[in-house]
Design a protein around this ligand. Sequence first.
Ligand code: BG6
Length: 494
Amino acid sequence: MSFSSNFYWGGATAANQCEGAYNTDGRGLARTDVTTAGSYNKMRTVTYKMPDGTTGEVNGFGFDMPEGAKGAILDGYYYPNHESIDFYHHYKEDIALFAEMGFKMFRMSISWSRIFPNGDEEKPNQKGLDFYRSVFEELRKYNIEPLVTISHFDTPLYLEENYNGWNNRKMIDFYVHYVETIFNEYKDLVKYWLTFNEINNTVMFLDMFGSKASDKVYQEAYQQLHYQYVASAKAVKIGHKINSEFMIGCMICGITNYPMTCDPKDVMLTRYKWEQGIFYSGDVQCKGKYPTFAKRLWNEHNVKLDITDEDLNDLKEGTVDMYTFSYYSSSIVTTHKVENNASGNFSMGTKNPYLKYSDWGWSTDALGLRYYLETIYDRYELPLMVVENGLGAVDKVEEDGSIHDPYRIEYMKEHIKEMSKAIDNGVDLIAYTTWGCIDLVSAGTGQMSKRYGFIYVDKDDEGKGSLKRLKKDSFYWYKQVIESNGENLEMEVK
Ligand code: BG6
């Protein structure tokens, strides 16, 4: 048996992508609430209002907001995260379905602006606290262990607009106050915490979109990251004081990079990609200090960081207890000119001829997951969790309400096989929570039609649908996987 008897099988979500109820019970806005729907080849946009009342929209990352603009909900636009799949009102039904599959763990996030609507208040919003208490209690009823992401792409919009977000050192204090509040509130209900979702995205994706970002963009990105590392380290220290049993992890967007050729230049560039995109964040959060290659990265873009001695001490004392990551696909790296680019949103650059690609242009590479697991375990020797993995695909509901999704089963089956081999090779992997275990709004495109779930939700890309939940074939398959503790992957589904 590769998987230990207490292995955490489960699924993962994020508040802004599933809860809906964006303005219910005192919740404040997050950037996702002013972000429209995109598609396979159209980027999501952020809509805004200027002080003089004129309005407009900019690409979803909001890099190019005009001076003085404030994110605004405008007539004539559709904002998919406002209702999403309304987990806020369906959580009992959804958790019962997770329990039916046999989940041992459920990864979810707390919406910061439900607890602190603006982000800089002293007193939390009681209704927000009550909501998550009910969710955690419901999970405990079924012996499902919550795994809670503290910040998953939804910093309160007020903080971004009035304090310039993570460019401002003050954000550390706001985050720490939020973290202390939820740690104290849920210390007996939640043991596993993740400080920031895919913290490394801030720098990893800078040069993945083709256009060369300016030194100013790099300067801001590295500075924001530094403040987040310090905030994360402080959270770890505080968490351990509040409950010494807490296990607090980093969460890294995991992409396995390969050189396209054996040209030493490709091999070197690949190593640099690993360093910049993956190891930079992991090293700071797991080893408690900046790696030696940080100097090279900063020098490349004339980055000068505001780092104090106290920060360095916090980083040292606030190292994480576990390394967690998302893994969907791999990427190839080359210094050579290539025609063959993978298309689709967040495409991973050059297309790898040995791999299959999803309808959204993401490669499927199960072996890449083992490569990643073994590389990372070797580097940090900390317990690992795969906290996101899965295939975004279009599903068809048959007349009788069944949904046949063999492509999703195939994808996960291959990834589970590689996880099991990694465990056999000595990797201490303790959890697997598949992404979007129930269909939810895609972060990248804002679509519902990019579905990851075992549970189908009747809702389309225009916001129409009954929100009814239906079980896909993969629902029964995953139940079987969990029941057999990862041994029976070949089950004939209905
Ligand atoms: C991860 C994020 O990057 O990928 C999730 O943590 C996201 O929030 C997931 O949903 C899948 O990406 P997408 O764009 O298909 O939703």
